[in-house]
Design a protein around this ligand. Structure first.
Ligand SMILES: *Cc1c(COP(=O)(O)O)cnc(C)c1O
Length: 459
């Protein structure tokens, strides 16, 4: 699986006739997210054309397991009959209409159903937007404006955690605590009070704090860092005692990823705002929701100065809402959570331990529900030379064993769709183990070879 060397930049010799045309256009015109351009231009691209359940096909006809659920979004598999049908039904009526002062029946039903997933009388108001970053942005604006409207404008500061990731728009990334991604833009971002843990949070004086923002149970982009048990509940109690809002970013953890519908449930926590996106449409369409309390909504009623001047052209998109409603129906009707809890999560954790824990290069396996980060280091426990790009190298090598995924530095992310079988889970863990063996054997000469790219940065 040595990638071909770049010849005449940016073209690559030896591309199959099949991938040729798509790759030409891609190399000429596309700018890929979270991807180092020189890596992308330096190897044969992977062009995905079709999906079926937990598998994806590339343009040359090879099938792969979708090992990171198409960047953490897919839940029930690709081309799910019910989700496909819901989308097709809606497209025959209307694709999109304005949500600024107008409504549509799917959006209002979706908001009602999302609110009903939380304890009665808690998160009753739902703001629909486009993606995880916008779901966070609107929570920040709602919280800041709420305190202004309530005569407590000094409550203007947001608290976020080290290692946090809340999205890439300027506002959401101001909360981010991953230096490689976020430090460069510090000069343009609003100041955030950053804390490492609950002890540090407790030491803050709360009078000027608007809200604490947290990824409940696990910080996905922070190489799958799992919070100590009970931390979320302690943060909630502190916020309650101080009169500070709690914003839960369930963009990744929502919709079953951690084994319960929402991660917050596992610690009996109801936040004041919750951001949902990735799995909301089962991985079909960009749609997000920010849920909050009626009491917060009430502060915005009155004259024009109380209006929330925030929105996006595609808020309330009918296609997205149609698929999201069907996604929720699948959860209700197909026993998704009980299958996750009783079968898939135990089988996943067991496969990881059996296939990967014994390898000398596996430094740690961080697991939370149907998500895991497998960190590789040298057998003596020191990190690999970053120039080796071991994480990327292993993910590229795993393709030969039928698995697609993407690392975060030297942590291999595994996050299959919920439609995988136990055999698929064995295959997935086995593919990573095989790829680690290949790369460990090659590592001495590896630095001379062209740099692979399964993605250098974020999962
Ligand atoms: C992916 C992610 C986001 C950002 O969502 P986008 O849809 O990519 O904007 C925010 N928070 C968390 C925890 C995420 O994993």
């Amino acid at each position: 699986m040595t990638p071909p060397k770049a010849s005449v930049f940016p073209r690559i010799e030896g591309l199959s006739a099949f991938t040729g045309a798509a790759a030409e256009a891609d190399f000429a015109h596309v700018w890929h997210p979270f991807t180092q351009t020189s890596d992308w231009l330096g190897q044969e691209p992977l062009v995905l054309v079709e999906g079926d359940g937990a598998r994806l096909k590339d343009e040359t006809g090879r099938w792969f397991l979708d090992g990171n659920s198409s960047i953490w979004t897919n839940l029930h598999g690709h081309r799910h009959p019910r989700l496909d049908a819901a989308l097709k039904r809606q497209v025959d009526r209307v694709a999109h209409t304005s949500f600024l002062g107008f409504s549509n029946p799917l959006a209002s039903q979706l908001c009602a159903e999302l609110a009903a997933l939380w304890p009665a009388g808690t998160l009753e108001r739902v703001f629909l937007s486009d993606n995880g970053s916008t779901a966070i942005e609107v929570a920040l604006k709602m919280a800041a404006q709420f305190w202004q409207l309530s005569g407590e404008a000094r409550r203007s500061r947001f608290v976020a955690f080290h290692g946090a990731y809340h999205g890439d728009t300027m506002g959401a990334s101001a909360l981010g605590g991953i230096p490689l991604f976020h430090d460069r833009f510090a000069a343009w971002q609003f100041p955030v009070q950053r804390v490492a843990d609950f002890e540090a949070l407790q030491k803050l004086s709360a009078q000027e704090i608007a809200a604490v923002v947290i990824e409940p149970l696990v910080q996905g982009a922070n190489q799958m860092f799992v919070w100590p048990k009970g931390l979320l509940a302690k943060v909630r109690s502190w916020c309650d005692a101080q009169g500070v809002f709690l914003i839960a970013d369930e963009v990744l953890t929502g919709f079953g990823r951690t084994g319960t519908l929402f991660a917050c449930e596992q610690e009996g926590v109801v936040p004041d705002f919750v951001a949902l996106a990735k799995g909301l449409t089962g991985g079909y369409l960009p749609l997000a929701a920010t849920l909050t309390r009626q009491s917060i909504f009430n502060a915005f009623t009155g004259g024009p100065e109380r209006t929330l001047y925030y929105g996006h052209s595609y808020c309330g998109n009918a296609l997205g809402c149609a698929v999201a409603l069907e996604n929720l129906a699948i959860f209700r009707e197909e026993k998704v959570l009980s299958r996750l809890q009783s079968k898939l999560i135990p089988a996943f954790h067991s496969a990881l331990e059996r296939h990967l824990a014994p390898l000398p290069e596996v430094y740690g396996i961080r697991k939370c529900g149907l998500m895991a980060g497998v960190e590789v280091r040298m057998p003596d426990g020191r990190p690999f030379d970053t120039a080796l790009r071991m994480g990327s190298r292993i993910c590229v090598a795993a393709r030969a064993f039928g698995l697609l995924t993407r690392p975060i530095r030297d942590t291999i992310v595994l996050m299959p769709p919920f439609c995988v079988s136990e055999t698929d889970l064995e295959e997935m863990a086995g593919a990573v183990a095989a790829a680690i063996r290949v790369c460990a054997a090659e590592k001495l000469s590896a630095i001379e070879e062209p740099v692979p790219s399964a993605g250098a940065g974020n999962g």
